[in-house]
Design a protein around this ligand. Sequence first.
Ligand SMILES: [Zn+2]
Length: 211
Amino acid sequence: MTNDPSHCEQRQRLIRIGQDFWNRGWSRGTSSNYSCVVDRSPFQLLITASGKDKGALTEMDFAVVDENGKAIDAKQPKSSAETLLHTWAAVSCSAGAILHTHSVTATVLSLKFVGQGGIWLEGFEMLKGLEGIATHEARVWLPIFKNSQDMTQLQAEVDEYWKTNDVKNVPGFLIAGHGMYAWGTDIPAAVRHVEVLEFLLECVAKMMSMR
Ligand SMILES: [Zn+2]
């Protein structure tokens, strides 16, 4: 939350995330989008504009939308087509920040495991980087959804899944052949969850290649 109506600090933090994630290969080719809640009443989400190079974002490359993904100001750049998944996480999972990435590992593993609907992450010390997990003995199910260009339908599918499965504490999901969504109570927590989930997915991929 901020008293700054233009949310300069949040824009700068998301710009730095873009540079970092681009360097790590998680946001290449103008893919990905990042957002953070800047107000809850009325709800306002700051989100990267559509089609921007995430390694070279400027303060102009953002939009502010309401809980339905509608632009607050018609003159601002168009927000990503995937805005509805960000607003869903912000409202339904009380996320303060949502980061969507397109890493090679998440893309490949999501396609490989979409048939079983998710990936078990277990036995790794790094699981403790996820909110609410205190031991490597935890077992976390990372759901995978089929890719779709119909964001309203995809949002409804994710919402239904979250309401009917025991995934309340899972801070993210994969979209098959597409990438990852991860979130946290604030920007640092969301970054940590992206880093931890990417690390764990890389472990899974590496273990599979050793078989
Ligand atoms: Zn995407």
